[in-house]
Structures are given as C-alpha cells and as structure tokens.
Design a protein around this ligand. Sequence first.
Ligand code: GTP
Ligand code: MG
Length: 216
Amino acid sequence: MEIKVMKNILDRNQNKADEVRSVLSMKKVLMVNIISSPGAGKTSLLERTCEELGTKFTMGVIEGDITTDRDAQRLKKYNIPIVVINTEGGCHLDSHSISKVLDNFDLDKLDVLFVENVGNLICPSQFDLGEAFKLAVVSTTEGDDKPGKYPMLFREASAVMLNKIDLIPYTNFNFDIFRSDLNKINSKIPLFKISCTRGDGLGEWYKWIAERIDAR
Ligand SMILES: Nc1nc2c(ncn2[C@@H]2O[C@H](COP(=O)(O)OP(=O)(O)OP(=O)(O)O)[C@@H](O)[C@H]2O)c(=O)[nH]1
Ligand SMILES: [Mg+2]
C-alpha cells in the first residue's frame, strides 16, 4: 500500500516536471538542478558562476531551503532574479513547487535557471523538477565512498563537481577509490575537480556550462 502511495506521488511529480520542461524548452531556458549533501558547496559554486558568467548570460536562481533565505542573501550582490522556496521541513524540491514560481522570472529574457536543491543526497535525486540536467556536487571532506553509497544521484547526474580539493591534504580522501566507484555507476560522466574557495578547476566548469547554455 505504501509503495502505491509513493508511486502516485512520483507519477504526479513526473507529469508536472514534463510540463515545466516543455515550458522551459519553448522559452529556451536551461534549468540546472544542483544536488549535494548539506555544505558540499552548492551556493559557493553559484557565487563563483554568477561572478564569472553573470555578464555573459542572463541568469536566475531558485533557492530551495528548509527554512531561511541565507543562501539567497549571499547571491543578492549579483543582481539576478532569485526566488526562495522554503520547504518547511521537506527534504527536497518537487516539480509543483518549481512550476508555481516560474512566473516570477521573465522567461523570455532568461538563458539559464539554476536550482539549488535542499541539501540532501537521497530524495532530490528521485524528484524530476523539469530540469535539463542534474549536477551532483560532492566535497572531499565527506569521504571518497559517496558514489558507491548513494549511487542514484551519480546515475542521474550529467556531471559531478568534486569540491574542496584544497582540503585533500587534511583528509583521508582517496581519489582513485572515488573515481573507480564512480566509473562502476557512470563511467562517462564528466568530473570536475574544483575548489570554490581557491578557484582550482573552475575554468573548465565555466567552459562546460557555457557550451551547454549556448547550445540550449
Ligand atoms: N576549504 C573549502 N571550503 C569550501 C569550499 N567550497 C565551499 N566551502 C565552504 O564550505 C561551507 C559550505 O559551503 P556552501 O556553499 O554554503 O555549501 P552548500 O552546499 O550551499 O550548503 P547548504 O545550502 O547548507 O546545503 C562554507 O563555509 C564554504 O565557505 C572549498 O572549495 N574549499
Ligand atoms: Mg547552499
């Protein structure tokens, strides 16, 4: 019985996600669903990306948070449209919540809409928001075992950002284990080794995302 209820929830979510995807595709807006555990660096990556590509592309951000608008406050200085969705305890965004806030953006003018999902490695991977693709962010301080332990996100994502590589010397993170586990799940997935604080590896990310925005 419980399984049936869950299936209904996912079916309803999928129908709305398909609607959102078709609206965004008509308007030529690339929506990117950013997923990570709490603190891996989603907002830091957005700060860097707004700084670098904010003049080249028209960007918007949807900030999913259980409570507070703190991440949105951090992005305010880039003068881009930002909408906060507080899930009030919910551990992920869904397509209905995205659909309800799309009117807050001028979709005719937008090139890219980044969605920072609620910090969680599990539930957000199950809920299609109508995005063009999912982006997985993991950080070295979380350990090298995350692809093996939480395979769904790494199966679903179109790219992986391995953040906080500046901290590797202070952890027991083993890149070979990380890469080998990732290969077993999704061997072709692009992997960016980055540090949002120091700036390592971000040039390749800017190039990769800019190509996708251009090709939308
Ligand atoms: N050393 C180091 N710290 C980082 C790096 N990237 C982010 N941080 C720090 O990690 C902490 C969390 O970063 P956020 O960008 O807020 O992470 P988040 O994924 O948005 O967090 P939630 O929204 O709470 O899930 C902050 O204190 C950042 O300054 C990095 O590359 N290196
Ligand atoms: Mg954040």
